[in-house]
Design a binder for this molecule. Structure first.
Ligand code: PLP
Length: 407
């Protein structure tokens, strides 16, 4: 059966994709808050378990509300299949551990979300899986690491927090030649601004906690890929290990998707404006935003992304003291390590999200003590700039000689 909604454009898919109606004909997606399902007869139960009849069995394996979310995400991504998980980390963990076994080899870009970095550096080696980190922007490093056979490549582009780009098509070619599947963490780009599957990736993972919910309410995750891989490799792992998404959270994420394009578009325009503002300030050493001409990989960003996204990273002169002074002077933008919210949030990666990776690894990634990551929300950008001006004045006050009378 071909789903007629497959031909709709993204804005339409976000509102209608995957919707199934109950016998009551409700307009909104129904919330099936149920752990189990009943059968008409013992024979129907038998046939369901024998896979000769399609029937929901248990919400750890599948649930109608969760299935609507999975179908909507699959249509949006252009993926054959999707499975939703309780968190983004459950999605990354399941994508990796369902595919790998002892003796396998993983090549990953160094600039990964903190917990993804931990899975690759600490968890996988415990199970006899060899892992290699490379500088994601360096194609020569990918080529060298993938000169030997590997089973899986994990990367994030743009990366957290330095917004580094990985050349998806080039790395996918090298990975496939080495025998590896390519798993892309596409959280920063969102499903709207970058299409990894079209550039050669095999699996895409999301933290739905970020832009897909987008309103700071629930945790969720998703894994998308080919139907054969999802059915044979991922689904048995999920079914038997149990990182299932709550139907209630799936329902909120379906409602989040309805406004995803509007929110990502507005927040991205705000982020671009804020990046230009920051780049013009003397207290700011460096501003990183994917579609700005001064991004070190601007041409790659333009080739891979249809928009710059909602995150801006910048470095203030004066290190940690200046960065903290800036954050503490803000009244509108909140200090929080979350991102992709309708409320603007700022974090100091060196002392929070990237504290555990250590000073040496931070230095390698360019995460200095003056680096701040700003997740731009839906406020009026002019109010965000007023707030940042207050913060930058406070940060700048620290790098001029103390005048005592300044207050
Ligand atoms: C937040 C995030 C994750 C983890 O998602 P959770 O929903 O917090 O488990 C993974 N990768 C990236 C890039 C993220 O931003």
């Amino acid at each position: 059966m071909t789903d007629p909604t497959r031909t709709y454009r993204p804005a339409t898919l976000l509102v209608h994709g995957g919707t199934t109606r109950s016998q009551h004909g409700e307009t909104a997606e129904a919330l099936f808050l149920t752990s189990g399902f009943v059968y008409d007869s013992a024979e129907q139960a038998e046939a369901t378990f024998a896979n000769t009849v399609q029937h929901y069995q248990y919400s750890r394996f599948g649930n109608p509300t969760v299935a609507m979310l999975e179908e909507r995400l699959a249509l949006l991504e252009g993926a054959e299949a999707c499975r939703a998980t309780a968190t983004g980390m459950a999605a990354v963990h399941a994508a990796l551990l369902s595919h790998l076994k002892a003796g396998d080899r993983v090549v990953a870009s160094r600039a990964l979300f903190g917990s993804c970095h931990w899975i690759v550096s600490t968890l996988l080696p415990r199970y006899g899986i060899e892992t290699v980190f490379v500088d994601g922007a360096d194609l020569g490093a990918w080529r060298a690491a993938l000169a030997r056979p590997a089973q899986l490549v994990l990367l994030e582009t743009p990366s957290n927090p330095m917004l580094d780009m990985v050349d998806l098509a080039a790395v996918a070619d090298l990975a496939h030649a080495a025998g590896a599947i390519v798993v892309v963490d596409n959280v920063f780009a969102t499903p709207l601004l970058q299409k990894p599957l079209e550039m050669g990736a095999d699996v895409v993972v999301y933290s739905c906690t970020k832009h897909i919910d987008g309103q700071g309410r629930v945790l969720g995750g998703a894994v998308l890929g080919r139907a054969a891989w999802v059915d044979a490799t991922l689904q048995p792992f999920l079914r038997n290990t149990g990182p299932a998404l709550s139907p209630f959270n799936a329902w909120l994420l379906l409602k989040g998707l309805e406004t995803l394009a509007l929110r990502v578009d507005a927040a991205s325009r705000g982020a671009a404006a804020v990046a230009d503002f920051l780049a013009g300030r003397a207290e700011v050493r460096r501003t990183l935003y994917p579609l700005r001409d001064d991004h070190p990989q601007a041409s790659l960003a333009r080739r891979q992304m249809s928009g710059g996204g909602t995150l801006v990273t910048f470095e203030v002169a004066g290190g940690k003291a200046a960065a903290f002074a800036l954050m503490n002077a803000l009244r509108l933008i909140a200090v929080s390590n979350n991102l992709g919210d309708s409320k603007s949030l700022i974090t100091h990666p060196a002392t929070t999200t990237h504290m555990r990776i250590g000073a040496e690894e931070r230095a390698r990634l360019g995460i200095t003590d003056g680096v701040l990551r700003l997740s731009v929300g839906l406020e009026d950008p002019a109010d965000l700039m007023d707030d940042l001006r207050r913060g930058l004045d406070a940060a700048g006050g620290l790098s001029v000689p103390d005048t005592a009378a300044a207050d």
